[in-house]
Design a binder for this molecule. Structure first.
Ligand code: 4AD
Length: 475
């Protein structure tokens, strides 16, 4: 009752308080400051209230004591309420630690928006032990947590570092469309939609568009959403993901792999050199070590041998692609043969045993898209191999897919035919072979997969702001 009669007012005779973001408070030590944010943590001890305030730029410990801790609002304050705090910023006393190395001694504060207490309190809505689908529904609240927000903060810094590395290699950023009328990676994973009465798709890859601007802009890259209607519930598949793709002209296969390696290593170096991103990597993945160069290069044919030598088999399938089961209902396991698509499980096992980044290269043409360049003189047992590569990382598996592209018109026409693709809607792509062709190649890097590797996350779902997977498009 008594608390209700206490009204706080800002003391106009005190020195002016500068408004600042929490992440930028260091220059204001020993001065009065005004900060706004969300109550991240809350604790009271005797007549003192300790708040950890969060504003997205950092965390600030604040202390309410005396009258400021005795108001009705102070006694009923809840987590996730928004508040304005004004006070003197003091270096944390010897022997104590606080975020930023300082603490706010509050002389005036007010509630901006009170969050509910009781049944509807934040901590009741969000219980970390909740069912994963409930946590997915509550992604907007999960994001307020320290780990979830750190992953997204690292994602932002990582994208900036990639852009810097690509810029340093003279690649120009472009922004291709998401609404398209052509496929890149096979018709089975296209999201189809009605586009003013015509069929259209959500893009699977911006590669073909990047290829069209080589003659005008030179080497290019984009950071664009790609969409895959894959009914995959694995920890590395999303229905929508951020795709970092690049395309380079007048390059050869060896140069392409070296370029991918450089971009990845230089990006990691930038992140480790920057204080903020280095701290985030340390927090999320304390044992992270930058990869050693050069990356191992393993041909597809040698990988098949390796898998068989290490007893890594795959489930046998019948002609329709159904798993063959024994009488007990267990899948029949068989050795790999040249021509098999190395499945996620086998690829992961191999990568984890070898435990370094691996360029797996030279996939059979029948497993790959229409646009891939064939490897000269590498036919074996009826198989034709391509100048294609996947970069595999321990813990995640494939994070990059790249290749040299067909530069010859007749070979491209044969590629369309082999894949049963009508060349008509690809006229703009085919024109690139007509008006001054060149040897060129490129790659796509899954941003969420790269981040899962860097930040050691169990699934790519943690690496996307609002992840989409089969039947999930909420929030
Ligand atoms: O290997 P992909 O399918 O290659 C392409 O799309 C090429 N056209 C890229 C190019 O050369 N410009 O995909 C490239 C990368 C994969 O290595 C993986 O990291 C990521 O995209 N990726 C996915 N990430 C999350 N969820 C999915 N469903 C993904 N599909 C591919």
């Amino acid at each position: 009752e008594q608390s209700k009669s206490i009204k706080l007012e800002e003391d106009a005779s005190l020195p002016k308080a500068n408004k600042a973001k929490i992440g930028n408070l260091a220059p204001f030590r020993s001065q009065r400051v005004r900060v706004f944010g969300w109550v991240h943590r809350l604790r009271s001890q005797k007549d003192i209230i300790f708040i950890v305030l969060r504003d997205g730029t950092g965390y600030l410990q604040a202390v309410l004591s005396g009258l400021t801790a005795q108001t009705y609002d102070a006694l009923t304050l809840t987590l996730e309420s928004t508040v304005e705090l004004v006070g003197t910023l003091q270096a944390t006393p010897e022997g104590k630690t606080a975020p930023g190395g300082h603490e706010l001694s509050v002389d005036y504060w007010r509630i901006v928006g009170a969050a509910p207490g009781g049944d509807d309190a934040f901590t009741n809505r969000l219980n970390e032990k909740s069912d994963p689908s409930i946590l997915a529904d509550l992604r907007h609240l999960v994001l307020r947590g320290e780990n979830a927000s750190s992953v997204l903060r690292l994602r932002s810094l990582m994208l900036s570092s990639f852009r810097e590395s690509l810029g340093a290699h003279h690649l120009l950023e472009v922004t291709p469309p998401c609404l398209v009328q052509t496929q890149v990676e096979g018709g089975s994973t296209l999201f189809k939609l009605d586009y003013y009465g015509q069929p259209a798709y959500l893009t699977q890859s911006s590669q073909l568009y990047l290829e069209t601007v080589l003659p005008s802009l030179g080497d290019v890259f984009c950071v664009q959403e790609s969409f895959r209607a894959e009914n995959s519930h694995t920890r590395r598949h999303l229905s929508e993901y951020t795709h970092l793709e690049a395309e380079l002209a007048f390059i050869d296969f060896d140069g392409l792999m070296s370029h991918i390696e450089s971009i990845i290593c230089e990006t990691v170096d930038r992140l480790l050199q920057d204080e903020k991103s280095a701290a985030l990597i340390k927090q999320l993945n304390p044992t992270f070590e930058p990869p050693q160069r050069p990356f191992m290069r393993l041909s597809y044919v040698d990988a098949i041998k390796w898998l068989n030598e290490h007893g890594i088999q795959h489930e046998a399938e019948d002609a329709e692609g159904n798993t063959i089961k024994d009488e007990a209902g267990n899948a029949k396991m068989v050795d790999h043969v040249v021509g098999d698509d190395i499945a996620e499980a086998a690829e992961r096992q191999m990568t984890d045993i070898i435990n370094t980044p691996i360029f797996l290269y030279g996939f059979p043409a029948e497993l790959k898209s229409f646009y891939m360049k064939k490897m000269a003189g590498a036919e074996q047992g009826g198989h034709v191999f391509t100048e294609s590569c996947d970069l595999l990382m321990p813990g995640v598996g494939e994070i990059v897919g790249g290749s040299m592209r067909i530069s010859d018109m007749a070979e491209l026409m044969a590629g369309y035919k082999r894949e049963g693709i009508d060349p008509a809607p690809y006229y703009w792509f085919t024109d690139q072979r007509k008006y001054g062709t060149c040897e060129h190649g490129g790659y796509g890097l899954g941003v969420e997969r790269f981040l899962a590797w860097l930040a050691k996350r169990y699934t790519v779902r943690e690496c996307s702001l609002y992840p989409r997977w089969p039947s999930r498009a909420t929030p």
